[in-house]
Write a protein that binds this ligand. Structure first.
Ligand SMILES: [Zn+2]
Ligand SMILES: [Zn+2]
Length: 639
């Protein structure tokens, strides 16, 4: 099992796939990169979409109803409350291009976007880019090193030489372990800050199969947290954590469904138990019932199916489109429900994602070879953990050694092997109780990329951070579990680039190119709700406000200058790698532990066929872009 995705407790297996369609976006990226006539700005903008399609600044025209500022003169720029309620939706693994590619079929989302702030270059901004850390960062506004050390599914503990309990097991929420971890770190939480202002009104968190998302998102301070599981032939809600979900909701027959024998998709039932769209739709049904019966100040929900399809689908973009059409209908119902409660105009809607997704069938680092190298050098029992969460791995390799005194030596030795698809190797210097990452080596990279990696790793620089971090090139993954080519988890742009949409009272509409991070979401919500942000690391996205609190603007400006360098460096690395891969200059091999060796003649034939497929995909993309332009969807598109 592996990276992130839905873990089902009865099988302990993981969810998560994909295919050639992934290359479609990258063909366009590569051609942009290779086109010398394109300006740097155009090039960056085109890549900013992660899919060669970009919503441009003038594209999202303010909707008249929201464009008129309410009592502008009456409210001084002191961070006055704009929103009384928040509805936060995390599309798990929601790449922005899932929306941009499908927008003409998503009327409710398209309508919402016209009265939204869309962050074109939003990114995770920390490591690892997987579900539990992502939701903990969203739910706290603190980086992994400051939110309890949730850097991964699990991690190595040097004092015991053992692996930590795992965020992948439901019992570690039911026994309070995950919640205590966050609580003992002293990190403020979004739920806690809101409940401090509104002590008698609930803050609700929830998910479908992804209890490991709902738990860290609600954290120790949510009023109660729901999640879904298989039970006696049904897919039904249950209470996650110590605070009971109201029994009226748990017992509501309309909020559970009979498990089917097929989900009519290429995603195995193990990973999505219902027909595509239904699992997420049920989560929204639950949220609507909770809204009607409890009117929460904050609703924080995770929708798992986007991630399951990204990992496992044999028809990647096609099946994502199905899930998004269903989400669009759910969003319409949810908005109607807020209107029926009379609080729609007071509610801030935030739609985001915990990480992105890349398709990586063959571009791997041979993780077994790396482990063999370590064991040969340091001994058979020298590794506490590699990657965590199971047998496959994400888009970076995280290693915890028994003896961190070996970190520097081993990281340099690993880099010296120049394994396929490695971008850089770092190690943690734990001397004198410190936690700082140092680089052992980097392949063909700019000084900016090195700074970017240093920043990303600094977000994990605490006791739980990996001893050795191997960051991979774009669209590469750890070997293992080849049947699941959809991956995320590392510093690659495909994993880092996420959806971020803000809509509601006081929101300045239009596209922002600010490099907003997950950690900035909580403080931004807090400011919109008129609270003093308590987040440890995030900042208020002042550019989302019609009337920003002026100190926020300066802070954001300063941070943006730094974060833009990082985002640009990741995009440039992605462009380079995609271009190199296209030219056949990056290894595209399957290691021995995944499948038997393929004769070189057959491999050549497969490669030739692949080139044909890519050409076709490229033509298809051009057609799709033209079609979108013809639809006059109020959104401009650029290649
Ligand atoms: Zn995942
Ligand atoms: Zn996720």
């Amino acid at each position: 099992m592996l990276t992130d995705c839905s873990t089902h407790e009865e099988t302990g297996t993981h969810v998560g796939d994909c295919h050639d369609t992934g290359d479609e976006a990258h063909v366009a990226e590569a051609s942009s990169y290779l086109n010398p006539r394109m300006s740097r700005a155009q090039m960056l903008q085109s890549l900013g979409s992660g899919a060669a399609l970009v919503l441009t600044a003038g594209a999202l025209r303010p909707d008249a109803a929201h464009a008129a500022p309410r009592s502008l003169a009456a409210e001084p720029a002191t961070g006055a409350a704009e929103a009384g309620y928040v509805c936060l939706i995390v599309l798990d693994g929601g790449r922005p291009d899932y929306i941009t590619k499908n927008l003409s079929a998503l009327p409710n989302l398209a309508s919402l976007l016209r009265r939204s702030r869309w962050y074109n270059r939003a990114w995770v901004g920390d490591l690892m880019s997987i579900t539990p850390p992502g939701h903990a960062v969203i739910g706290t506004g603190s980086l992994p090193k400051n939110d309890g050390g949730i850097v991964n599914w699990d991690w190595g503990i040097h004092s015991t030489g053992k692996i930590s309990p795992t965020t992948q097991a439901v019992e570690n929420y039911q026994n309070g372990w995950v919640f205590n971890l966050m609580k003992e770190s002293g990190t403020p939480t979004l739920a806690g800050v809101i409940r401090k202002k509104y002590p008698n009104e609930p803050v609700i968190a929830g998910s479908g199969a992804h209890f490991h998302a709902a738990g860290p998102l609600g954290g120790p301070d949510a009023s109660w947290i729901f999640s879904y599981q298989r039970s006696s032939g049904y897919w039904e809600p249950f209470t996650l954590g110590p605070q009971p979900v109201p029994s009226t909701l748990l017992n509501d027959r309309s909020l559970r469904v009979k498990l089917p024998s097929s989900n009519h998709s290429t995603v195995p039932l193990t990973y999505d138990p219902l027909p595509l769209g239904q699992q997420d739709s049920l989560v929204v049904d639950f949220a609507i019932k909770a809204l009607q019966t409890h009117r929460p100040r904050a609703m924080m929900i995770n929708l798992p199916e986007v991630d399951a399809v990204g990992h496992w689908s044999g028809k990647w973009y096609t099946e994502e489109a199905t899930v998004y059409r269903s989400f669009d209908r759910s969003l319409g119902r949810l908005i109607d429900a807020y209107k029926a409660q009379g609080i729609y105009d007071k509610t801030l809607f935030v739609i985001t994602a915990d990480h992105g997704m890349v398709q990586s069938k063959n571009r791997v680092i041979d993780r077994v070879a790396v482990e063999d190298q370590i064991r040969t050098d340091l001994g058979q029992k020298s590794i506490i953990l590699t990657n965590g969460g199971g047998s496959a791995g994400p888009t970076m390799t995280a290693i915890w050694l028994k003896n961190p005194a070996n970190n520097a030596h081993m990281a340099h030795a690993i880099f010296g092997q120049h394994y396929d698809n490695v971008s850089a190797v770092f190690f943690m210097n734990r001397d004198n109780g410190g936690h700082t990452y140092e680089m052992a080596g980097v392949e063909q990279a700019s000084a900016d990329l090195v700074k970017t990696y240093e920043y990303l790793l600094s977000t994990d620089a605490g006791p739980t951070g990996p001893d050795i971090a191997i960051l991979l090139r774009e669209n590469a993954r750890n070997s293992g579990m080849p049947e699941m080519p959809g991956r995320h988890g590392g510093a690659d742009w495909g994993s880092q680039h996420v959806t971020l949409i803000l809509s509601g009272p006081g929101v300045k509409t239009g596209t922002s190119n600010a490099p907003a991070r997950l950690v900035d979401i909580a403080p931004t919500i807090e400011r919109f709700m008129g609270m003093t942000p308590e987040a440890r690391d995030g900042l208020v996205l002042a550019d989302a406000f019609q009337r920003p609190y002026s100190p926020d603007a300066g802070i954001q400006q300063q941070s943006d200058a730094e974060m833009n360098v990082y985002v640009n460096a990741l995009i440039t690395r992605a462009q380079h790698d995609v271009a190199l891969a296209r030219q056949g200059l990056l290894p595209n091999t399957v290691p021995a532990d995944e499948q038997p060796p393929i004769h070189w003649k057959r491999r050549l034939a497969v490669t030739a066929a692949g080139v044909g497929v890519l050409g076709g995909a490229s033509a298809g993309l051009a057609k799709a872009v033209a079609a979108v332009r013809r639809q006059e969807s109020d959104l401009n598109w650029e290649e």
